[in-house]
Ligand binder design. Structure first.
Ligand SMILES: [Zn+2]
Length: 535
């Protein structure tokens, strides 16, 4: 009998953390950052204390109390005594690995707390994106997915309390086991990227190792890794052979993106396994249709062609397909797409794995926008990018003096550059991302509207508020293709894979599956937080 316990992703979009147990062996299916619950307690200036290690996330119910699963350096004195009486507390010290579906933090973020001898099974693209995101971002201690500096305790003289110091020790890394390539088949540049930043002799770096899927694996489970299409490269679904039959975990997926073929192949192959259990995402169950990426191109083209000033395009920088869509729009409107250095870093990283990704140095349509206020001590990755592409760098003045020549890849958090750029009348802000789905995002949207008004910019595809509802005005829709399949597609996926049991996750409307699959022969079981389902 297989036991599935759900510690996240319940009535919530993201935060997936599923424990699979079968005859004394265990696996985790994703271990994501719980954005929804995190935002209930925290904001930019109120965050869990890094020096308090596991205490804050455990006490606030962000992390399940599973003693033995987490990094020892984050265990503060008498920590576990405080949790041994809580209902979902248990000891868990034997986990074969994490099956990581993709590099969005709502699936990967809390790997940061796990013991780093637990292998992370994933695709090479996901491993590389996790590293690139951490190298180029300001990731907090609870979002460091690839490497970390262990916390140390010191006893300063004259002080009564202990100081917990983070970030000043030699780096350590999680063991990434990639399912889709052999590391020896990667280029020397790709291997070098994986090692970059670990120059200290004392760093305990782990080589990327390949995972021989199947019976020869070091993992006690027979695994299958299925690449799928999502709004980030490298996404995959997983198959696990259990004593009850095959279990399929979808991760996040869609059928309307540029790589839809991958998802179709997954559905076919997963169906052939005649699975007992399908754990399926349900982000967009209530949506009836999808916007395809080529529609984003067509609508983007219209919006940009109608502007004779500066164009800003706001989309997730991890969505490489979207970046390439706007590169195409830039080319077809005689502009250059100006990406931020961190986007350039990600693009360069992806090119190590997919040679068809454009080379910024050779591509006439791509330049790099460098922030006006530079740091005196830029980090290694930034120095490398700015040196390697030095003749591709544009500054605020370059953009300001030729505004109709550029599309800037800006999001809300880059608006601070506008006083240096001074966009002229007729400039446009194209919003190509998801609508606000919580209060904090609504506040950001109100601010974004203020910025646009202040600089006299026209928003296109930007949700506006009316009667408490945020909606994109008619005639401006179709500028964002979601990373998630719509309801009808999800039902199709469920019917074609045809499991005995379907368990919805990553959804605020899991009842949708019960309503629609009632007489289909598929038994839908709704999970609840911290509870175990036995199949
Ligand atoms: Zn995702």
């Amino acid at each position: 009998m297989v036991r599935l316990t759900f510690y996240g992703g319940i009535n919530e979009i993201g935060g997936n953390k599923i424990l699979l147990e079968d005859y004394g062996h265990a696996l985790l299916l994703d271990f994501g950052f719980p954005y929804k619950r995190h935002k209930e307690f925290y904001e930019e200036y109120l965050k869990p204390r890094s020096g308090a290690g596991l205490l804050d996330p455990l006490m606030m119910g962000l992390l399940p109390p599973l003693e033995g699963l987490y990094r020892d350096d984050l265990v503060t004195p008498s920590l576990w005594q405080q949790f041994r009486d809580t209902p979902i507390y248990r000891e868990l010290d034997q986990v074969d690995g994490v099956l990581l579906s993709h590099a969005h933090l709502d699936h990967s973020g809390y790997i940061s707390f796990l013991k780093n001898d637990i292998p992370i099974y994933t695709t090479v693209a996901t491993a590389f994106i996790a590293k690139a995101m951490q190298d180029s971002g300001k990731s907090d201690f609870d979002q460091q997915v690839c490497y970390f500096s262990p916390t140390t305790r010191e006893y300063p003289t004259g002080w009564k309390q202990i100081a917990y110091l983070t970030g000043n020790t030699a780096k350590e890394q999680w063991q990434f086991c990639v399912a889709d390539v052999k590391p020896e088949d990667l280029s020397p540049e790709a291997i070098q990227f994986w090692h970059q930043g670990f120059w200290e002799k004392t760093a305990r770096q782990k080589e990327l190792i390949s995972h021989p899927l199947g019976s020869h694996s070091q993992c006690s489970f027979n695994l299958r890794c299925f690449p799928v299409d999502h709004s980030i490269p490298g996404a995959c679904a997983w198959g696990v052979e259990t004593s009850s039959g095959w279990l399929i975990y979808s991760g996040d997926l869609r059928l309307h993106g540029k790589r839809a073929e991958l998802t179709k192949r997954f559905i076919e192959q997963a169906g052939c396994l005649r699975p007992k259990i399908l754990i399926l995402e349900g982000t967009n169950v209530l949506r009836e249709t999808n916007v395809a990426e080529h529609e984003v191109y067509e609508n983007g083209l219209k919006a940009v062609a109608n502007s004779n000033g500066l164009v800003m395009a706001d989309f997730s920088p991890r969505d490489v397909d979207r970046l390439l869509t706007f590169r195409q729009v830039a080319r077809d409107t005689g502009r250059k797409l100006a990406v931020l250095p961190k986007d350039a870093y990600l693009l360069k990283t992806m090119r190590l794995l997919e040679p068809e990704i454009p080379d910024i140095a050779q591509d006439d349509n791509l330049v790099i926008y460098q922030d006006t206020i530079a740091s005196k001590y830029p980090s290694l990755w930034l120095r490398n990018i700015c040196q390697e592409y030095s003749d591709k760098i544009v500054l605020a003045e370059d953009v300001s003096s030729a505004q109709d020549q550029f599309i800037l890849c800006f999001s809300f958090f880059d608006l601070n550059e506008l006083p240096s750029i001074r966009p002229k009348a007729g400039s446009v802000y194209v919003y190509s991302s998801s609508e606000p789905y919580n209060e904090e995002q609504e506040i950001d949207f109100r601010r974004l509207h203020q910025w646009l008004e202040h600089f006299n910019l026209r928003g296109v595809g930007l949700p506006v508020e009316s009667n408490g509802q945020w909606q994109i005005p008619d005639g401006e829709k179709g500028l964002h293709a979601s990373g998630h399949a719509c309801g009808l597609d999800l039902l199709d996926i469920a019917r074609q894979i045809s499991p005995e049991v379907l368990i919805p996750v990553h959804s605020e409307e899991p009842d949708f599956y019960i309503e629609h699959l009632n007489h289909s022969g598929i038994n839908v079981i709704l999970p609840s937080l911290g509870k175990t389902i036995e199949v």
